[in-house]
Write a protein that binds this ligand. Structure first.
Ligand code: AMP
Length: 117
């Protein structure tokens, strides 16, 4: 268990971030290396390293990330055009920060989902 990831430092305001939304459960800020015109990360304040570590009683935490992302899309006016949400898990998923987070990608047609392997 580590609450010392870069995202925990952002939650504690120890390093800066472009925060677009925050409530008692989660924080959302712009990705430092955007992969789309809109690329926002939604991060719970509860420490959970990977999706594998989410317990049955924590389903609400993951649900809140998705609902917050959809709410942000509606508020920003691109919900009807559409967007993509992604959660990476561990090495094969490409996870690099070990505090669960949901990527919201939007602002242009994103093409077919997929990658080379
Ligand atoms: P993942 O690869 O799914 O673990 O996603 C981690 C994301 O965090 C990447 O898209 C990074 O660009 C992003 N990231 C890393 N450090 C920062 C930071 N200081 N502020 C904002 N985003 C960051």
């Amino acid at each position: 268990m580590s609450d010392d990831t870069i995202f925990h430092k952002i939650i504690r305001r120890e390093i800066p971030a472009d925060i677009v939304f925050e409530d008692e459960h989660l924080i959302a800020f712009r990705d430092i290396a955007p992969q789309a015109p809109v690329h926002v990360l939604f991060v719970p304040k509860t420490q959970i390293a990977t999706l594998n570590d989410v317990q049955a009683g924590q389903a609400e935490i993951v649900g809140k990330l998705a609902i917050a992302a959809a709410g942000y899309a509606k508020q920003q006016g691109f919900a009807e055009d559409g967007y993509r949400i992604v959660m990476n898990c561990n090495a094969h998923g490409g996870q690099t920060v070990f505090q669960i987070h949901l990527h919201l990608l939007a602002g242009a047609p994103l093409g077919r989902f997929g990658t080379t392997f």
